[in-house]
Design a protein around this ligand. Structure first.
Ligand code: HPA
Length: 281
């Protein structure tokens, strides 16, 4: 079956399972899935139950969509994602996003864990991503299901100002500090070398991670409006006296995830019905 047909079939199956088709979806990175517990009438569909999604061995376990309502607003959560460093291809990484687009989702809020590159950032900080640099060297193929996807001009201004503004307003109302910055996506799985971090800092990078950039490219190609938030789980290599430990990254993630969940919980009801997009559709 063609990739586009598989995506359409997965979207059909998901539509049958969900009580309502949401206009809005959120990609929750690992350790950031707490929002699922806040959903009213949740319906969970595991990645394994849908065609086209990489098997659990590639995806890591636990990838699932959870549909439900937040303050009455229908929302679909993508809990977990696949990464290039797990062996997934660019097309596999963006398949969940393409399924969301095929389902009719119009707005996508992406979250990730990231290392802080800009001086002054600290573990636990939240950063609203206002631009991105794709250093994964993982282009989406020209055979992408969305016509023109590989050459989409919508990536010139990837993050929607209205959606990002709603998130900023939500953070302010929740009393949660939220800065802004540029995200660089690298392939991983190793954290960067000191020299790579010096290079990224000179390039104007504020936060660095191993996800998001391909998802944003695919979502923009499909015409979705996109906003994204990084949770700074650690200072990037060389910026802290202690060596980076994966366990520390996870611990900070779970402690700060509650604040990110509060922001999303406050932002989502503001985003429905869908307000005017500022990005080219
Ligand atoms: N580098 C890359 N990815 C990350 C980091 C980092 O320092 N922290 C969390 N994800």
């Amino acid at each position: 079956m063609e990739a586009a047909d598989v995506v359409a079939q997965a979207a059909r199956e998901l539509r049958q399972r969900l009580p309502t088709v949401p206009c809005l979806a959120t990609v929750l990175g690992s350790g950031l899935g707490g929002l699922a517990e806040a959903l009213e009438e949740p319906v969970s569909v595991s990645f394994d139950e849908l065609p086209g999604l990489p098997s659990a061995t590639v995806a890591g376990h636990g990838g699932r969509f959870v549909g439900g309502r937040l303050d009455g607003v229908a929302v679909l959560l993508q809990c977990g994602r696949v990464h290039g460093y797990e062996g997934a291809t660019a097309e596999q990484i963006v398949t969940p996003v393409r399924i969301l687009a095929s389902l009719g989702v119009e707005t996508l809020l992406i979250t990730n864990a990231a290392g802080g590159v800009r001086p002054g950032l600290a573990p636990g900080d939240l950063v609203l991503i206002n631009d991105q640099i794709d250093l994964t060297f993982r282009p989406l193929s020209t055979a992408a299901p969305t016509p023109g996807a590989a050459r989409s001009e919508r990536l010139g201004d990837p993050f929607d100002r209205v959606v990002s503004g709603a998130i900023r307003d939500a953070a302010r109302d929740c009393g949660v500090p939220l800065g802004g910055g540029t995200y660089a996506g690298l392939h991983g799985p190793s954290y960067e070398t000191r020299a790579e971090i010096r290079m990224l800092a000179r390039m104007g990078v504020d936060v660095v991670g191993m996800s998001t950039v391909s998802e944003v490219a695919a979502a923009r190609a499909a015409g979705l409006r996109v906003a994204a938030i990084s949770l700074v789980t650690n200072l990037a290599t060389g910026l802290s006296p202690e060596a980076l430990a994966h366990e520390d990254v996870l611990a900070v993630g779970s402690a700060a995830a509650g604040r990110l969940t509060r922001i999303l919980g406050a932002a989502i009801p503001r985003l429905e019905p869908s307000s005017q997009s500022t990005g080219a559709k």
